[in-house]
Design a protein around this ligand. Structure first.
Ligand code: AMP
Length: 390
């Protein structure tokens, strides 16, 4: 059975074709710069990336191109071979407590959440509509970044703001990266052979969030109403005092929207270091003694440690910390410094194992808390959801 996992952004569309239930990737690809004359379509054929530049003016054309690419490169023989499509949708609000088969009503409900995710949900809908038009008889499933966190209790998700804001506008913490946190924590429970284990997943990529998972359920997570809350990231500030918004908007004669954009796009690693949003540049420059690169790193480590400590207390213990995503899977120095910052919990790395890649245990034998690298796979999680709802 062949399933496509789709991640549509405002000007991009990522896809992966998998065979299920084997969870084997057949191919993957990407359409970038949708809406432009010089859009780029990339598809992997026999492990090699084929790139084509051409005009792709909308998502419908992008989806047609993806299907044509699959046929022309003989990855599939006919369109009937596609048995299901899973769509990543960023914000499911409180409406979607589970993944769902997409109908006209579901689309209306997702659109009703646009205020909560103005940058993401409209783009996700565009992708959904394009695939539904091209494959009207194929099951399409929406898999939300927020669903996994819908098990958080009120004390974890509610902001201490006027309660009416929550009632009227849905102002609360939703959390994101849900498919990743779910995939990694499910795998950790298997590795620990303990379905009741208490786990912290550190999804550290350009976007980054932590999640406290107790017996398979998300009980707290660092991102909030939007992905801006939490730890500092590649370009996002993470938590700040909201009064900064007013001060900077007055000083720099900017609107709140513009300052928010600075907090989303010009902060984090990039803002503090003044060099780059890429952890590799931060680590390289730190080795060269660059003060602000070192500071960008230290600020992030401190905040990650704050969350780990808080989740340890909130869950009343901890069995494992799992590192995932671009930085979590590939940056040994950063893993080392995170674990060093929380060593009071009795956790310690094996320095040799920490240098290796791929899914494995990296804590020392005497460590009280196990530490794993578990490469995330959001596409597999999406395809699993399609299979479950078929
Ligand atoms: P993601 O958003 O999960 O794709 O992660 C992007 C981040 O992962 C960037 O900061 C990259 O510097 C980092 N990253 C990706 N690959 C590597 C690598 N091989 N070594 C160190 N960092 C990496």
């Amino acid at each position: 059975m062949k399933i496509i996992a789709v991640n549509a952004g405002s000007s991009s569309l990522k896809f992966q074709l998998l065979t299920m239930p084997e969870e084997h990737e057949i191919t993957s690809g990407l359409v970038e710069r949708i809406g432009y004359d010089n859009a780029v379509f990339t598809i992997k054929v026999n492990g090699e990336k084929i790139k084509k530049e051409q005009s792709i003016l909308n998502h419908k054309t992008a989806v047609e191109l993806v299907v044509k690419g699959l046929l022309e490169n003989k990855i599939i023989d006919s369109i009937e071979e596609i048995n299901g499509v899973g769509h990543r949708v960023v914000q499911g609000g409180e409406i979607f407590k589970d993944s769902v088969i997409i109908t006209d009503d579901v689309i209306k409900d997702i659109i009703s959440l646009n205020d909560l995710a103005p940058l993401h949900n409209p783009a996700n809908i565009t992708g959904i509509k394009a695939f539904r038009e091209l494959l009207p008889n194929v099951i399409q499933v929406a898999v939300f970044d927020t669903t996994f966190h819908q098990t958080m209790k009120e004390d974890a998700f509610l902001y201490a703001t006027p309660y009416e804001w929550y009632q009227k506008y849905g102002v609360r913490k939703y959390g994101f990266h849900g498919t990743s946190h779910q995939y990694v924590s499910e795998r950790a429970l298997e590795l620990l052979d303990n379905p009741k284990a208490k786990i912290i997943v550190a999804h550290l990529g350009n976007g980054a969030s932590l999640c406290a998972v107790d017996a398979g359920k998300s009980v707290d997570t660092s991102m909030g109403l939007t992905p801006l809350e939490g730890i500092p990231m590649g370009t996002r500030s993470g938590n700040i005092d909201p009064s900064v918004l007013m001060l900077v908007s007055q000083k720099e004669d900017k609107t709140y929207g513009e300052v928010l954009n600075d907090l989303n796009k010009h902060s984090g690693y990039l803002g503090v270091s003044g060099i780059s949003n890429d952890s590799r540049d931060i680590v390289d420059n730190m080795h060269k003694g660059h003060h602000r690169a070192t500071l960008a790193h230290k600020v992030q480590i401190k905040r990650i440690a704050d969350y780990i400590g808080s989740y340890y207390v909130y869950m009343g213990g901890l069995d494992a910390i799992c590192f995932t995503a671009g930085i979590g899977e590939n940056a040994p120095e950063i893993r080392q410094d995170v674990i060093e910052a929380v060593k009071v919990l009795g956790v310690e790395l094996d320095p040799v194992e920490n240098q290796k890649r791929g899914e494995h245990l990296i804590s020392s034998k005497q460590s009280k808390i196990k530490v794993f690298i578990i490469p995330t796979n959001e596409e597999v999680m999406i395809a699993r959801e399609v299979m479950r709802l078929k």
